[in-house]
Design a protein around this ligand. Structure first.
Ligand SMILES: Cc1ncc(COP(=O)(O)O)c(C=O)c1O
Length: 400
């Protein structure tokens, strides 16, 4: 329709919508649906954080605030970066937005001109390429293969960088694979970036606290201090603190970039929700005691799912280091047929047939830029996971 902006022509509608619509339709028809699609924890925001939100309302902290965050939250964020990542930031280098999503979007809107390239490892979080396109830039993908545990190599990064590269967009632990880069693996990438001073680093550390076994999270500016002046470190409270609906994300980086991001936010949404900001102060400054038991539970669920998937002929699933996703390959199932005669031509037909035949909803790999795979979020109850794995196993065994 010519009334609509041409910018929209550059953006695809979400490829995940078709499967989630179908899941909702089937549920409405009374079918027993197990959804493994959600990108959020299955437990409530911890009590002390909820209490801080309620106290903020009762204290009348319900008015507009400074556009990119109250001073108390910026202080808490600076303390967090020092405590967890050994990074020194002043409050003027911090931006708070309505979720990490807005912060990432602001950063891209504030920096990209037509022709600017953003290097993105695939599989990627679904929003990265479209955010880059909306901001007028060009996404350039590097394929992180199953053989390399869904991590890119320094040679691949080197080969993807051109004079037009503006950002390298990094996400570890990753959505959708859960892959986490060790300090040595990340250092090998930052060594490449040190050779290309025109490339900035946009690191999305949203899953920092969701790390299992002996995996130690690290972030680019910490591993290579030489990148500090051209790194934007993005994080948020959504995932580890079970605060997805409160909508608070934040970033720290060079002040001129933070100022530019504030300018965009000041003419779009203004401040993130005041009450949520006060809850986030408590999340960052308060006890983190709940994280270890939650992670023990997530690690147990991950092991359950990985074991069940690897027991299926034609499915391969590496053990991820973090987040709450697994991203099995179904290369060995492509070309097979369901008992009802549906050809599994790709991961989209697999996800659709799995949903229709068994009621298990997963997200197909094409949505994340690497096929043939699918994503399971294991942030759901042990009982639901065990039942879902059972149904997936029976579905796959029946393919011929
Ligand atoms: C990798 C990654 N980054 C950013 C976000 C955005 O998080 P939020 O906007 O809730 O802070 C998500 C949410 O799914 C994510 O998976």
């Amino acid at each position: 329709m010519s009334f609509l902006s041409k910018t929209l022509d550059r953006v695809k509608p979400s490829p995940t919508i078709a499967v989630s619509n179908l899941a909702m339709e089937l549920k409405a028809q009374g079918r027993d649906i197990i959804s493994l699609g959600a990108g959020e924890p299955d437990f409530d925001t911890p009590e002390h954080i909820r209490a801080a939100g309620i106290a903020a309302i009762n204290a009348g902290k319900t008015r507009y605030t400074a556009v990119d965050g109250i001073p108390e939250l910026k202080q808490a964020i600076c303390a967090k970066f020092k405590r967890d990542n050994g990074l020194d930031y002043a409050p003027g280098q911090v931006s708070v937005g309505t979720g990490g999503k807005q912060v990432l979007y602001n950063a891209l809107m504030a920096t990209l001109n037509p022709g600017d390239e953003v290097v993105i490892p695939a599989p990627y979080w679904v929003s990265y390429p479209d955010m880059v396109l909306l901001a007028g830039g060009t996404p350039v993908f590097i394929e992180a293969t199953l053989e390399n545990a869904f991590k890119i190599t320094p040679d691949q990064l080197e080969a993807a960088i051109t004079p037009a590269t503006k950002w390298f967009l990094f996400n570890s632990p990753s959505n959708p694979t859960g892959a986490g880069y060790s300090r040595d693996e990340l250092k090998a990438l930052t060594d490449v970036l040190m050779r290309h001073p025109h490339v900035w680093v946009l690191t999305d550390d949203m899953y920092e606290h969701l790390a299992y076994d002996d995996f130690k999270f690290c972030t680019p500016a910490q591993v290579e201090p030489g990148l500090y002046d051209r790194t934007l470190t993005v994080n948020g409270v959504s995932k580890a603190y079970a605060m997805t609906g409160w909508r608070i994300g934040y970033a720290a980086g060079p002040k001129p970039l933070i100022d530019a991001m504030r300018k965009i936010q000041s003419q779009s949404t203004s401040n993130p929700c005041t009450i949520s900001q006060w809850a986030a102060v408590e999340a960052l400054n308060g006890t983190h005691d709940f994280i270890a038991p939650n992670n023990a539970m997530f690690a147990r669920r991950r092991d359950l799912v990985v074991k069940a998937l690897n027991a299926i002929d034609g499915v391969t699933c590496p053990v991820p280091e973090g987040a709450f996703y697994v991203y099995p390959s179904i290369a060995g199932l492509i070309g097979k047929t369901t008992p009802a005669g549906t050809l599994i031509a790709d991961d989209e037909t697999f996800a659709r047939a799995l949903l229709e035949d068994t009621g298990v909803a997963v997200v197909f790999g094409a949505a994340f830029g690497l096929s043939p795979n699918f994503r399971i979020s294991y942030a759901t109850s042990d009982t639901a996971l065990a039942e879902a794995c059972d149904r997936i196993q029976r579905f796959c065994a029946a393919l011929a």
